[in-house]
Design a protein around this ligand. Structure first.
Ligand SMILES: Nc1ncnc2c1ncn2[C@@H]1O[C@H](COP(=O)(O)OP(=O)(O)OP(=O)(O)O)[C@@H](O)[C@H]1O
Length: 265
């Protein structure tokens, strides 16, 4: 459904950020992008959305390079959720979510009652009806992240791209975001691409993982196969312990960081 083929990028000549990255996702699959600070995860997302041009390679949706899509068509199908900490607007929650309908409403028109209903439905889907008329300046970081998720799904996109949506949130709010992503994936058959600092979140979401590391390290495959003590040491230079348990007939895995790896010192 969406893929990167032989994708390379550099900001400065001969200083590659990533090289020959390949991954592909089917409809309704999840991709978690993981790697240490500064390795190029956000840059890769910017290339995926066409905000930066690849040096070589391609991003394809349904087999067609994204450069061939009109931006309006592309962004109706692919929606982006930025980090909440960068957003400060004096809007109500409802207005903020309605902004997601801007491409359908037109610059000089007022939102119709249908637009209002669609926005309220998105607000209901993320579970924040009680905040509908609150100012986005007077809600918590976790609540604002949910507002941005509602804004992103208001046009019923096929692909949701999120840049560290759970960073800066407490444990409960992190779990709320992960629960919501799992629910949206099921209800809307959403394809989800998430940039995260938490290997455990990738394990919880399942699906695919793209690991990016220093010295052109990269791996792509099933999250449960590629996130393990060996890759955590090689990519993050941390010794870890994988723990497994069963709950309701399902096998779960989480990884605990133990210490900075001696190999890294
Ligand atoms: N606009 C830019 N111009 C030049 N270099 C940049 C630009 N944006 C980012 N970089 C550099 O590119 C590298 C990758 O940055 P990027 O933000 O993509 O990493 P990241 O993996 O998302 O980091 P983090 O995990 O800390 O958010 C870094 O060395 C960064 O300094």
């Amino acid at each position: 459904m969406i893929e990167m083929k032989q994708a390379s990028f550099e900001y400065k000549k001969n200083q590659p950020i990533f090289q020959e990255v390949n991954w592909e996702l089917s409809k309704g699959e999840t991709l978690s992008i993981l790697g240490p600070n500064g390795v190029g995860k956000t840059t890769l997302i910017k290339c995926l959305l066409g905000f930066q041009s690849l040096k070589s390679g391609n991003v394809l949706m349904e087999g067609i390079p994204i450069s061939q899509y009109a931006p309006k068509d592309f962004f109706q199908r692919v929606s982006y959720v930025p980090q909440a900490k960068h957003i400060i607007f004096p809007y109500s929650v409802l207005d903020m979510v309605l902004l997601g309908r801007a491409s359908s409403i037109g610059i000089y028109s007022k939102p119709s009652s249908k637009d209002m209903d669609i926005a309220k439905e998105a607000i209901r889907k993320v579970g924040i009806e009680h905040l509908t008329h609150c100012s986005t300046r007077q809600i918590s970081g976790g609540q604002l992240q949910l507002v941005l998720m509602a804004r992103a799904i208001v046009n019923q996109p096929e692909v949701l791209v999120l840049d560290e949506p759970e960073s800066n949130l407490d444990m409960k709010n992190q779990l709320m975001i992960l629960d919501l992503l799992e629910r949206l994936r099921e209800e809307m058959t959403l394809t989800i691409i998430i940039n995260t600092h938490y290997p455990n979140h990738a394990l919880r979401l399942g699906g695919k993982a793209l690991l990016l590391g220093q010295n052109d390290q990269k791996d792509f495959g099933d999250a449960h196969q590629f996130i393990n003590d060996d890759t955590i040491r090689r990519y993050f230079h941390v010794d870890s312990q994988m723990v497994e348990w069963r709950e309701e007939e399902k096998k779960h895995q989480r990884i605990f960081p133990l210490r900075i790896s001696k190999e890294a010192v």
